[in-house]
Design a protein around this ligand. Structure first.
Ligand SMILES: *Cc1c(COP(=O)(O)O)cnc(C)c1O
Length: 461
């Protein structure tokens, strides 16, 4: 019943956020060299920089924090977390880590140390980095419909192209493929879901060739909710049942708890193979801390145990996915060129369509981010010619990515749809004034091109 469809929580604790004037924001963003990473968070009214680690915890989680057992070894909170991970994900062995990328590191040490190719739908940066450091080559095999530029409506744009996967195995030989990874939802193309059919098919191929199959599970609950809503045969199953089925096809998973774990920090790695556990524990001990805390405090583990349960509840997931869709639909109604359909955790805007008169060398995405901040105090992030340009090491020639995107991520349980209305009105106002807008000039890059979006300084043109 649509009229019953408000947020499935009421607010017990509030965190004031500061409204500001356009004049103040113009000064703050100038002081930040037109890079929103350099803004003070208190100068942001609605923060849509990321959905990572920004979740609002529930009263139950906060109560759990007080029960956190801070014993060095064998803490009660560890066993609570271990049981939650076993019950909800279905893997028998679990190792906590300080965040998701530490689990990526352990996975790369277990599987990616002896070279070879690692196919995935679209690998997340932190695993890509670890694979390359370990000496193997990550390969993205996303389906054609899932390429970010492709605006076709398709229910599972996160799927892996199975034909390309088979071709890669044939070409390189199964001994040169140490691991296959599926990222759910697919972060790299906007939180697009992967279907159960695709996971099953990839798992069957992996089994046939004896290749381990892992799931990068940061947004697993959002993915399972999409399966329930969009895939034939899942309507009458609960998200918790779908979750167990999904993970049953994999050898293990890596998790960033900062997303669907519903907490602000933490991660873990799971496996169903007992023989891997000693190495997994050892890698954790040298990098994270003792096995039963893995870089997290007891209270973190306690909150995570509760968060895994809350994050797979359907009322919550319905509100979550509907809120993302609401933001996308309202922006679309106002003419703003968004990437469709909206995925699990945010809305992406096509900056080259938004500002066709601003060349990529003048950063149309960054220009939109800056003007959105100045207009409404809303902080989004550029994923375009600042974040993803490449430079030829010999000639110094710069190539721009095909797309200049701006991402507006939605934090879990943090903002109401009234806040989303502010975002819509602000961006629609920026869009109405688009013809007056100019681009930016990059005046400082920082030490590493691929990380320059964190360090770049700009001036207005
Ligand atoms: C965030 C994320 C990671 C890395 O996790 P951190 O907790 O940020 O270290 C890995 N994979 C995916 C898909 C992610 O979204």
């Amino acid at each position: 019943m649509k009229f019953l469809n408000a947020e499935p929580f009421r607010i017990k604790v509030v965190e004031p956020i500061k409204k500001s004037t356009r004049a103040e924001r113009e000064k703050w963003i100038e002081d930040a060299y037109y890079n929103v990473f350099k803004l003070k968070a208190e100068h942001v009214y609605i923060d849509m920089l990321t959905d990572s680690g920004t979740t609002a915890m529930s009263s139950n989680q906060w109560a759990g924090m007080m029960r956190g057992d801070e014993s060095y070894a064998g803490a009660k909170s560890y066993f609570k977390f271990e049981k939650a991970a076993q019950d909800i994900l279905g893997f028998p062995y679990v190792q906590p880590t300080h965040q998701g990328r530490a689990a990526d590191f352990i996975m790369s040490q277990l599987y990616a140390k002896n070279g070879g190719y690692i196919p995935g739908n679209m690998h997340f940066d932190s695993f890509k980095g670890h694979a390359e450091v370990a000496g193997s080559i990550p390969v993205d095999l996303i389906v054609e419909e899932g390429r970010t530029a492709n605006t076709l409506d398709h229910p599972f744009k996160g799927n892996m192209d199975v034909t390309k996967l088979k071709a890669l195995i044939d070409e390189k030989g199964k001994d040169n493929i140490p691991l296959i990874i599926m990222t759910v939802t697919c972060n790299g193309n906007g939180g697009q879901p992967v279907s159960m059919a695709n996971i099953k098919e990839v798992s069957a191929i992996a089994k046939k060739y004896g290749i381990p199959f892992m799931i990068d599970a940061a947004r697993f609950a959002e993915n399972c909710y999409f399966i329930k809503k969009r895939e034939v045969g899942y309507k009458h199953k609960t998200v918790k049942e779908i979750t167990l089925e999904m993970f049953s096809y994999a050898d293990g998973c890596v998790m960033s708890s900062k997303k669907d774990g519903m907490v602000n920090i933490g991660g873990f790695i799971c496996t169903r193979h007992k023989e891997l556990v000693p190495m997994l524990n050892l890698l954790a001990i040298v990098n994270e801390g003792f096995i039963t805390y893995g870089g997290q405090s007891g209270r973190d583990l306690e909150a995570l145990a509760i968060g895994l349960d809350e994050g797979t509840e359907e009322d919550y997931l319905e509100y979550r996915i509907e809120q993302v869709k609401y933001l996308g639909d309202e922006l679309h109604k106002r003419g703003v060129p968004i990437i469709k359909p909206t995925g699990g955790h945010g809305v992406y805007i096509d900056a080259r369509k938004f500002y066709p008169h601003i060349p990529q060398g003048e950063f149309p995405g960054q220009a939109m981010v800056v003007e959105l901040y100045r207009t409404g105090g809303v902080r989004g992030v550029e994923l375009g010619s600042c974040a993803f340009s490449k430079k030829d090491p010999e000639t110094g020639e710069v190539t721009f990515p095909e797309l200049d995107l701006v991402r507006l991520s939605i934090s879990r349980r943090v903002y109401t749809n009234r806040h989303m209305d502010v975002v819509v009105n602000s961006l629609a106002d920026v869009y109405e004034r688009r013809h007056e807008m100019k681009g930016l000039k990059l005046i400082y890059e920082g030490p590493i091109l691929s990380l320059r979006h964190f360090t770049a300084k700009f001036k207005l043109l």
